[in-house]
Design a protein around this ligand. Sequence first.
Ligand code: GLN
Length: 609
Amino acid sequence: MPSPEFTATAIQNLIEEVHDRLRGRREGKVADYIPELAKADPEDFGIVVATADGHIYAVGDSDKEFTIQSISKPFAYGLALKLLGREHMHTKVGVEPSGEAFNAISLDPVSGIPRNPMINAGAIATAAQIWQHNPEAAEATLLGFLSDLAGRPLHVDENVYSSERDTGHRNRAISHLLRNFDVIESDPEGGLDLYFRQCAIAVSCRDLAIMAASLACQGRNPISGAEPLNADITIQMLALMGSCGMYDYAGQWLHDVGMPAKSGVGGGVLAVVPGRLGVAVYSPRLDPFGNSVRGIEVCEELSKRHGLHLYNQNPRAINTIRRSYTGSHRRSRRWRDATEVGILEKLGSRIRVVHAQGVLDFAATEQLLAELTAIAGQASVVVVDFNQVLELPPTSCSILLGQVALLRAKPITVLLSRADHLPSLAGLDHGLPTLPTIDAALEEAETILLQKERPELPSLQAPQPTILDGLDPDYRAILNPLLELTGFRAGEPAVQRNQSGDTLYIVVDGIFTTRIRLNLSNGTKKATRLSTFSSGMCFGEIGFLTGQPRTADVIADTDGHCLLLRREALDNLGRSRPEVVIALLRALSSELGSKLASASYQLTLLEHY
Ligand code: GLN
């Protein structure tokens, strides 16, 4: 029995070990140019890792609050992009690394705009834009936005705010310079005040890790599910963090650590492994660049020892093709008559089934298309199953549909299966049949193949010989009066679960399907089909032979007729003409035998495909 209180994980041990090892590092100095910041305890040290799956690993001072400072900059820029758009923001702030200190008074010599939103000049220009957009609501909007990313309501540390407001002469000078160049078009004090308040927002290391994880998830908070940002804006934020996030240390950082990151003079650092996780460190001693010494070391250590560098990408190990097989390896649960079985046995390999899996990004889509191309030569009908596909971005969807168009021109019939969960496909009018189960898709593929390969077959539902046709005509004549021809309407049950199983059904025409309810491992029930019968086949023979109640429902899929034989009638016949009963039972057992053989063959194949 697994112990419910088992929480130990090797990842937790790993960050504890890093924390332990770096705790002794005492280089650097707590920032004191904002007087209130000097009060921070230099020994504070917290590390939190938050993953894209919403797991959190925390060690040390992970819940102690400190001020966000410059870590607010990429987020404020993200908000400005959201409120005012990219075009507009690019006229106010550039996206080039400055290679200068965070508080450099650095503006583009030609345009006069700040080089990027990560240095103070760019961040003050950004805050001024947010403020100007709606002066009354600006602070609440920014706080709400950061709170959504952190997953809890954040507040401003009033002491740190007033401390910087009263001493931030350099930042005040920058804002007036921006006013001079018309980057700020109105009173610069409003935007400057918003900037000071944004820098004084109190956060914990845990908050920062969740904010970083939200950036790793293209703007979606992986814990709360809130989506304050979209992928497009998140990409721009990460790009700027990658090139400018660590100021004049940015080049070295990208080289050595390779994670988009942002530091603040409050002692926080956050770093992002896109698509995977966010890391945050809190340790107030800063290096001469204004970056947390231990913060940098933790990120460097995690990146180097655990391969988190952005440019350290493993060649794709994930196989997009979960399974790929032919229609002779796997059959639908539709029982076919002997002619059809013969055709499917011979030509089943012209049906190709490809199960894709994972996130179909560009590279994964390419793998899927390569498989579709490789099988096209032998295929007549192709089923693409999406059940295990987690995501199909619209760009991949259009490439995929382009490939489908090439296949259809060959001409190959393409069927999709289990794709309803993919909005990019479900929302398109692509005209491709999309089947709800792989079994339904296989059945459809078989039917299409049978029609394609044997167009002269009059109709797949024409009356076929039954087990009775194999009997001696005399015996048949004796049995005939015992058979009751019964009609069923589409949707009507022929057999119901738990009823007594005293009747044998021989299908004359129409289609009948056996349905059972499966108890799934997650506690839910699911209706699924066991098999489908058409003209010439029988069903109900197990209950008929064993006397056990029915274990499944059999429903008429179409209007149809069956010949019913009741066990009582057969028992009576057994007393006068046992040889007739024996002949019928023989025919039945041979039919059962071939069903069993085929079912166990399919089961065995399933293990291999
Ligand atoms: N509020 C601080 C300042 O403008 C932010 C600087 C930082 O964290 N690098 O000086």
